[in-house]
Design a protein around this ligand. Structure first.
Ligand code: DHB
Ligand code: MG
Length: 225
């Protein structure tokens, strides 16, 4: 009786009622559409949640893995205008669109690094990069379990780690087909998160993509004690 269509209508209604995208964020979405980027940016309510959490947490340094067109990055910038934001994107086309969006938004301060995130994270660690206060992970799902140890080492006590897409597309939950690396790696990441006593995660349900598929976003507090 409760259909996916109804879920989508609820999403449309609540976003229209409560979420206002600023001009730069709207323009970023339009450019992503014009350049035929995949429709896998976070939904507007998740964008606003990122801004909300960032404004409450007052991070000095934000790290985002998986920029796409920079839609979520611009929400983070709205929530934490003073923060230094580093965002990593390995796809040259996506990186180019994101750079245009940041330039239009007059957010030249956002630093986009165009390379494989694992390489960047290794470099940060070697160079003893100061810890990030806020991390948003929304990249290739196969990489999630590999990024996690680096993210923990690049954190401080109280760093917030937000993870998009805790639930892969598959019908069966937590029973991935071994041939489906996206699903295997995502559930592996979830076990790493949940079994680590220094990590405390709350899953927030989200509706993703055009079809409004039910998924979850993780909000994790990293503790060092
Ligand atoms: C999809 C959704 C996402 O949020 C993402 O980061 C990657 C893929 C998807 O719907 O396939
Ligand atoms: Mg995502």
């Amino acid at each position: 009786m409760f259909s996916q269509r109804r879920n989508q209508e609820i999403r449309e209604y609540t976003v229209k009622t409560f979420v206002k995208e600023n001009d730069a964020i709207k323009a970023a979405k339009e450019r992503a559409e014009k350049e035929h980027l995949p429709h896998i940016s976070v939904s507007p309510n998740v964008g606003k949640l990122l801004a909300f959490l960032a404004s409450l947490h007052q991070p000095k340094r934000i790290l985002e893995i998986g920029t796409l067109a920079g839609y979520s990055t611009l929400w983070l910038a709205e929530g934490a205008p003073q923060a230094e934001i580093i965002t990593i994107e390995n796809n040259p086309k996506h990186a180019q669109v994101a750079r245009e969006n940041f330039s239009y938004a007059k957010k030249e301060k956002i630093q986009l690094i165009e390379e494989d995130a694992l390489i960047t994270l290794e470099k940060f660690l070697k160079e003893k990069h100061p810890p990030f206060d806020f991390i948003f992970l929304d990249a290739y799902k196969e990489g999630y379990p590999l990024y996690l140890p680096f993210l923990l080492q690049l954190s401080r006590d109280g760093t917030l780690l937000i993870t998009d897409n805790l639930i892969p597309r598959e019908e069966k939950i937590n029973a991935p087909d071994p041939g489906n690396q996206i699903a295997v790696r995502t559930y592996e990441y979830n076990s790493l998160l949940s079994s680590n006593p220094h990590l405390n995660t709350i899953p927030i349900y989200t509706l993703v993509g055009d079809e409004g598929r039910l998924d979850a976003l993780g909000i994790t507090v990293i503790s060092k004690s």
